[in-house]
Design a protein around this ligand. Sequence first.
Ligand SMILES: NC(=O)c1ncn([C@@H]2O[C@H](COP(=O)(O)O)[C@@H](O)[C@H]2O)c1NC=O
Length: 512
Amino acid sequence: MTIKRALVSVSNKEGIIPFVTELVEQGIEVISTGGTSSLLQQNGVKVTGISEVTGFPEIMDGRVKTLHPNIHGGLLAVRSNSDHMKQLEENSILPIDLVVVNLYPFKETISKQDVTFDDAIENIDIGGPTMLRSAAKNHQDVAVVVDPADYAEVLEQIKSEKEVTLATKQKLAAKVFRHTASYDALIAEYLTNAVGEEDPETVTYTFEKKQSLRYGENPHQKATFYKKPLASNVSIAEAVQVHGKELSYNNIKDADAALQIVREFKQPAAVAVKHMNPCGVGTGETIFEAFTRAYEADPTSIFGGIIALNHEVDKETAHKLHEIFLEIVIAPSFDEEALAILTSKKNLRLLTLDVLGADKQDQQITSIHGGLLVQDEDTLSFDDAKITIPTKREPTEQEWEDLKLAWKVVKHVKSNAIVLTKNQMTVGVGAGQMNRVGAAKIAIEQAGALAEGSAMGSDAFFPMNDTVEAAAKAGVTAIIQPGGSIKDEDSIQKADEYGITMVFTGVRHFKH
Ligand SMILES: NC(=O)c1ncn([C@@H]2O[C@H](COP(=O)(O)O)[C@@H](O)[C@H]2O)c1NC=O
C-alpha cells in the first residue's frame, strides 16, 4: 500500500531532518508536533502542524497533542474493512500510513543525579506510546519506526516501491512493542521503588542487549549478554575491555564472581576464580604481594583462571601475571608498562573497572525452569555485634586476621563450603559438596602441610562435630562458622578438647 501520509513526532531528533526531507521529496505529506515541526520547518522541510489535523491546540505543556480521533482513527482503520473506511470518510479523517515516533527520554531523565520526582513524571510519554501502539497493532496497513537506526531501510523501500513490505512492517511492530514494554518496565520500576513496594504482584524487568555471544555455557547453546538499562552498581557489564578476545558466556559469569569477592577488600587484594569458585585469594601491602599469594594459594587451579585485582596493576605484577595462562585480568587500571607487558598476549582479555566503586543494595535474580527467584544480595560482611566466642580459647591477633579472611572468602564459595586461610592467603578451598565434612576434607587435602596452623571458615553451621575433628587432625587452630546447630555443644567440646578457638558469627552465607 502506497505511503501517502506520515506522522513524525520525535524527542531524539538525530537524523530526522534528512529522513523527513526525503519523505517529502517522495511526495509524502508529513504531519508533525511542536518541537519536531519547528525544527523541520527551520530547515526548510514543509510539514503540516498537528493542530491543523486535530483542530485543537497542543495543550497542557504538550501533555495532550496527538491524543485525538483524527490521529488514532487514521492509524487504526483497517484499510480492507469497508466499514472502517466509511467511518473515516464520514468523520473527515485521513489515513496515516507511516508513524515515526520516539519517546520522552525517561531513562536519561531518571539517570540524572539531581532528578526530581516531578521531572521524572513529566518525562513519562503518553501520546507517543499511544501512537506507537495504534500503528503497531495495525501494522498490516501502517509502518511504524521507533528507532532512528531503521530510517535508512524504510527510506530505501519507500524510494524503490513507494511502500514498506509486510515483513518489514511486522519486524518494526514487534520492535515497537519491545520498546514500549521496556519503556513502561522502567517507569514501573522507578515508581515501585519510589513507593517502597518490596513484594510486587508482578515484576517487569527490562534489560538491554550488551552483546551477542559466540555461544553459551557450551558450544551448542546460543547466548546473548543483556545489561541493566541504568548502571547503578559495579558490574562486569560496565567494564571496559582494553585488550584481548571477545568475552565468552563463562568468562562473564566467572568475572562477575571474581569481582564480587575482590570487592570485599579495601587493602590490595587479588582473586583467582575457576568455574565460579575462588581457587586463590591473597591480600598484601602491595598488589604484587596480593597476587603472589593468590597464585601460591593454588598454582595448579589458577591455570586458565579469571583474575580480579582491586588496585592498579604495575609492571612487577604484570610480569607475574604474564607467566601464567589466564583468561581475564580485571582491575581498576593497568599502568603503561603493565599494559605493554600484558598486551603482548594476543588473547588475554584485559578489562578495567572501578572495582571499589560504590554499590546500591541490589536484587539478585535467578532463573529456574518456569520461574524466577528474586532476593536481596548477600551484602553482609563481618557483623561484630553478632560475634560470640563459645570456646575456652580466644583467637590470637594473627588468628583473627586469618579468620576474617576465611569468612570473607567462604561467603563466595558454593555451598557446602569450607575455606582454609593462613598469612593473608587461602590455602584450601572445598566447594559445592553435598556434606560439610566432605568440603572440609577437600580443603584440608589441598592445603597439605599448610593446613598446620591455619584458620577454617565454614559458610553454615556444623551439624556434627566431625568437621572440627578433621580440622584438628590437620592442625587447624581456629574456626569461624555461623553457629546455631542443635549440636553446637558437641562441636564446642571437640574444639576445646584440641585447644581450637571457635568464633560464631550468627550469620549464614549459603551460596547455591
Ligand atoms: N501528549 C501527546 O499527545 C504526545 N504526542 C506525542 N508526544 C511526544 O512528544 C515528543 C515530540 O514532541 P515535540 O515534537 O514537541 O518535540 C515525542 O517524544 C512524542 O512521543 C506526546 N507527548 C507526551 O505524552
